[in-house]
Design a binder for this molecule. Structure first.
Ligand code: F6R
Length: 606
């Protein structure tokens, strides 16, 4: 959460900072601000809300400078107004911050005692005053080293100094930060995406490190303030993914891109020639692994739950799943023969990273299923399975979810065959079916008109439920999450068989209930559960797959049919109408689809 940019150049930087902040908005959009240095003073401008508003305010104020820092905020301490927006500045120092300072109350007391005056409710302001305090007696390197040592919590920082017209300091603990290199200018950014229009030469800071960004060079330091050398990475310069094209929203584009992203994933991992799965350089012998734990947050956690069904079906391994924010604080029994898999689109989610870090510290086997291969989770895992679905901009995850479950399915198949739990004939048949999936997704995407009409009814409801059994249960959870986050309608996903153990009490006349009942081995049971909710007045939207057999149940409000495939792959197709339902529901309500309220794309605070 929160996005940081810094530019040290010999040209004016305000327009480039605004440009980068627009790219960083997916990390937070509660407020925006920037600070530059000119004529020996810090100029600061901040607004509540989006970067567009900041850009408009800039028109009426003359903020110039060839060095500056900027920020988009996802509020943690203090309400999202312009006072709490970043940067925060004293006369001498200006700071942008991503993360949380856990000991800010104690530090604030100490600093007030020293005569410092605080303007905002944020935890960030203590950093400004601590640096200002240390600079009274220390060099810049010592002041930064001492300040960072006294901070508890997580942070990525960008710092500007009134008396140093050629210096931006960047520092990282827990939240990601990258340095970029340009011609006679250098940059600081929360991620390479923000810097990509300016450079493809990047260095990532590791935890505890800080850097001094000068116009012509960059110096790196470890947490003791000792100079270190770091590698410069060259990233691909492909930007075409970042354009909405003919679509109204990134989310619509990303939903429609799914046949292609699944096709790309299949191309990357399936060796059609040898009818096999390519998972190169897997660092362990298969006999060394007898169980697996899949860990993630939100949609990524739903991918883990989906994978649990497949791993249990296709392999003999014990399979556990966990929500990262729970895993990181529980008393885990670490097992050497367990593979810990971390699922994350961004690869920067703080809780997932902390869970990975815990496993690494306990010398466990760690594997990342990520979209952003330059991310912290990817870099610090012992093995990576990239999902290759391209940049996902919409805050609500769509194509990354299908990308994650695709790679997890492929991984389950491979482990099944490596462990000889899955015979070669079945394995080959499943690969044949899998290769047809992009075309089936494409066909299923053609359901728009019906979903648009149905979305209207959901919008009139107080709440709704999503029910599924077996392979459809994780998809019910994911569908409910999509509706909640986009249309702000209360929605709960439940295993269909659980309804009579309590939630059935919620069903009342006219309540929309989505029932996922594809013709799989759970079909008859789910249809019985569906009848139980219809009998209590629910308006059931049945989502099933095309079949010659008609659904025999009466009083179904609406039915949507997805294409047919084998039982393993139906979850991919069931996901499509649920994504569209959430999209059209939010569209009808006029909500901000790509940036739902209170959310951010990359959750780098715990
Ligand atoms: C929901 C959504 C979130 C993310 C979660 C984890 O649409 O996108 O629930 O799945 O914040 O994010 P990553 O996958 O980046 O670790």
């Amino acid at each position: 959460m929160c996005g940081i940019i810094g530019i040290n150049s010999n040209k004016q930087v305000t327009a480039s900072i605004i440009n980068s902040l627009k790219k960083l908005e997916y990390r937070g959009y509660d407020s925006a601000g920037l600070a530059t240095l000119s004529n020996g003073s810090i100029n600061e401008i901040k607004t509540e809300g989006r970067v567009d508003k900041l850009e408009k305010s800039l028109l009426s104020q003359n903020i110039e400078g060839s060095i500056g820092i900027g920020h988009v905020r996802w509020a943690t301490h203090g309400i999202p107004n312009s006072l709490n927006a970043h940067p925060h500045s004293s006369n001498n120092v200006s700071v942008v911050h991503n993360g949380i300072i856990e000991n800010s109350t104690i530090l604030k007391k100490f600093l007030i005692g020293k005569g410092h005056v605080f303007k905002s409710q944020t935890d960030t302001e203590v950093i400004v005053h601590l640096i200002t305090e240390h600079l009274k007696t220390d060099s810049y390197v010592d002041a930064i080293t001492k300040t960072l040592k006294s901070l508890h919590g997580s942070f990525a920082l960008g710092i500007l100094f009134k008396d140093e017209p050629d210096l931006i300091v960047g520092a990282r603990r827990g939240s990601p930060l990258a340095v970029g290199y340009g011609p006679s200018e250098n940059y600081l950014g929360s991620d390479s995406y923000a810097l990509k229009s300016m450079t493809n030469k990047i260095t990532y800071l590791n935890d505890g490190e800080f850097c001094f960004i000068k116009k012509d060079y960059v110096e790196f330091y470890n947490e003791e303030g000792i100079k270190i050398n770091k590698k410069v990475l060259e990233l691909s310069t492909d930007e075409k993914n970042y354009d909405k094209g003919e679509f109204k929203h990134f989310m619509a584009k990303e939903i429609e891109e799914q046949p292609l992203t699944v096709k790309n994933g299949i191309k990357e991992y399936i060796d059609s020639h040898n009818n096999d799965i390519n998972i190169h350089n897997f660092p362990w012998k298969i006999e060394e692994i007898s169980s697996i734990t899949l860990i993630g947050c939100g949609t990524a956690y739903h991918s883990c739950l989906m994978a649990k069904y497949w791993f249990e079906e296709l392999t003999s391994m014990e399979v556990n799943i966990d929500i990262a924010s729970e895993f990181r604080y529980r008393k885990n029994r670490f097992k050497k023969d367990n593979l810990y898999v971390f699922v994350s689109q961004s690869g920067e989610t703080a809780d997932t990273y902390a869970a990975l870090d815990l496993c690494n510290k306990n010398e466990m086997k760690t594997c990342a299923v990520v979209n952003v291969i330059e991310s912290s989770i990817a870099r610090d895992s012992k093995f990576i399975l990239p999902i290759h679905c391209g940049t996902e901009i919409g805050v609500a995850s769509t194509k990354a979810f299908l990308g994650q479950i695709l790679i997890l399915y492929i991984f389950a198949l491979k482990i099944g065959v490596m462990k000889k739990d899955l015979d070669i004939k079945k394995f080959s048949e499943k690969l044949v079916e899998l290769k047809k999936l992009p075309e089936l997704i494409k066909e299923t995407l053609l359901i728009d008109n019906k979903v648009q009409t149905i979305a209207g009814t959901f919008n009139e409801a107080k709440g709704s439920m999503y029910l599924g059994r077996g392979y459809s249960y994780p998809i019910a959870l994911e569908g409910a999450l999509k509706l909640k986050e986009l249309s702000y309608i209360h929605a709960e996903g439940y295993p269909a068989g659980e309804m009579k153990h309590g939630p059935l009490a919620l069903i009342e006349e006219g309540m929309p209930v989505v029932v996922l009942a594809p013709r799989d081995s759970y079909y008859k049971k789910t249809i019985s559960n569906m009848q139980e909710v219809i009998a209590r007045g629910a308006k059931v939207l049945l989502i099933t797959n095309k079949s010659e057999d008609e659904v025999t149940s009466e009083n179904i409000w609406e039915t949507i049919e997805v294409e047919s495939t084998n039982e393993d792959l139906l979850p991919f197709l069931l996901t499509i109408p649920l994504q569209k339902l959430a999209y059209y529901s939010a569209l009808k309500k006029g909500f901000d689809i790509d940036k739902p309220r209170n959310l951010a794309k990359s959750v780098t605070v715990e």
